[in-house]
Design a protein around this ligand. Structure first.
Ligand code: ADP
Ligand code: MG
Length: 334
């Protein structure tokens, strides 16, 4: 069993290799980092507590991946490029096998997006992991929640709802009738969406160039879109800012579509959370360019609705007709 300093050296020091010679990472009282000219720093932090943000049986690898992924997802939504991160790890005991897997998950994602670990803290207690990630964005170019304009198109990346359905798979609460005949690979895909979300950093530069507002979907599409509406309404000084969403346009995986149809339940898609896809607004004239350029980076972008002046909140349409559902009470204003 490694002691505190040994475990930092063995498991976490290797993740700090991306720093330049003039910078100081792990090992001193603080990290010392160079600031690029013409950029602003974007700082995000997210904590995951065992039993609340992840299941007790979650693998150490997945936890290492996800705690960094959810932070990188925030950077992507701001239009920032990732630079470095710190890690505060609280665990009940020092378990070499667990630490090795945790560090492997963390470093697989850190290497993919070239982000260096610059320090942290290690303490004993109930399993809790906090990452603070830092990124750069061109000065005054950060994409905020408050920039949506009347007439903008509302878009999302990839598919929505797989993370929330993955949680149902993990908890074994997905009714068998709704997944009848689903290949094992599709079920694994749902679990993967839950456990190893991919931060949408490959389009963060596009978001920076074209989006008028953006948010990453962590609490569910409706809740997060409402954050955009609320922040933008204030900025625009309007009485009400409305998003009209056509639910049939929300991109779903094959299995999510099957679930929604058979269970007649849209809640994993609209209110599920754990998507880590981006929801953003964009001017109509920029939409085609964005879709085309995102596709070249392997990211599907779907237009799902528009921003209008009107009663505050999200209004759902299905086939053009007003849509609401008992499962969504508490999430919908209409
Ligand atoms: P101090 O007592 O001065 O706060 P620590 O003993 O907490 O220093 O940490 C020693 C060094 O190891 C520091 O550079 C710190 O940033 C780094 N460190 C501690 N825990 C972690 C961790 N979980 N991941 C990465 N670096 C860590
Ligand atoms: Mg310390």
């Amino acid at each position: 069993m490694a002691g505190e300093f040994e475990l930092i050296k063995q498991y976490f020091k290797p993740l700090s290799s991306g720093l330049s010679e003039s910078e100081v990472g792990i090992g001193d009282d603080g990290a010392v980092l160079n600031l690029p000219a013409g950029k602003q720093q974007v700082v995000v932090t997210d904590t995951m507590v065992c039993g609340i943000h992840f299941l007790e049986q979650a693998s150490a690898y997945d936890l290492g991946w996800k705690v960094l992924a959810v932070n990188l997802s925030d950077l992507a939504a701001m239009g920032a490029e990732p630079a470095f991160f710190s890690l505060a790890l609280t665990m009940p005991e020092s378990d070499d096998e667990w630490l090795g897997e945790f560090a492997r998950g963390l470093s697989d994602l850190a290497n993919k997006y070239r982000i260096s670990l610059i320090g942290g803290d290690t303490t004993k207690g109930p399993l809790t992991v906090t990452v603070t990630a830092n990124g750069w964005v061109d000065s005054q170019k950060a994409v905020l929640r408050s920039g949506a304009q009347v007439g903008d198109v509302i878009c999302v990346t990839n598919n929505i709802g797989d993370g929330a359905l993955g949680l149902k798979v993990a908890l074994d609460t997905l009714p068998a009738s709704t997944i009848d005949g689903a290949p094992q690979d599709d079920l694994e895909g749902l679990l993967n969406a839950l456990n190893r979300p991919e931060p949408q950093l490959s389009v963060s530069d596009l978001v920076k160039s074209y989006a008028t507002s953006a948010i990453d979907i962590s609490d569910g599409l409706l809740a997060d879109l409402n954050h955009i509406l609320e922040a933008s309404r204030k900025q625009l000084n309007l009485i009400g800012l409305q998003a009209q969403i056509e639910v049939n346009k929300i991109p779903l995986s094959k299995l999510a579509n099957q679930y929604v149809q058979l269970a007649d339940d849209w809640s994993p898609v609209l209110a599920g959370g754990d998507d880590y896809q981006l929801c953003f607004t964009i001017k109509k004239k920029d939409l085609e360019t964005f879709i085309h350029e995102a596709l070249a980076k392997g990211v599907k972008v779907s237009a799902i609705g528009k921003v209008m002046e009107g009663e505050q909140g999200v209004k759902l349409l299905k086939g053009g007709k007003s849509f609401s559902s008992d499962n969504l009470k508490g999430y919908l204003h209409f």
